[in-house]
Design a protein. Structure first.
Length: 103
């Protein structure tokens, strides 16, 4: 496993997950709830792939320090955590827009 390639792909997939979550919120703001759900589903899929890469890195490390912790890896972890938070927030905001539209 080329750790640098996996880390870069983790950044890319995490960025895609975050972008799709932000797009989902934008659709909801315009009342486009079907599009919001599609974007949120795309976000979750990209996030699932990113999480799978993170799991592969954890497995490769095996708790023995085999995977070097460098600034790029920390950056990748930061992207993944932010994308996960964006997904959670997007889901709540979409539901809020839907709730307000029904009032």
């Amino acid at each position: 496993m080329n750790v640098d390639n996996v880390v870069m792909e983790l950044i890319v997939k995490s960025g895609e997950a975050k972008s799709q979550a932000l797009e989902a919120m934008a659709h909801a703001r315009c009342g486009e709830y079907d599009k919001a759900e599609i974007s949120l589903a795309n976000s979750r899929e990209a996030g699932r792939l990113a999480h799978k890469m993170q799991t592969a890195l954890i497995a490769a490390d095996n708790g023995e320090g085999k995977v070097p912790v460098n600034l790029l890896l920390v950056h990748a972890q930061d992207h993944l955590m932010n994308s996960m938070l964006a997904q959670d927030m997007a889901e709540e905001i979409i539901r809020l827009y839907q709730f307000l539209a029904c009032r």
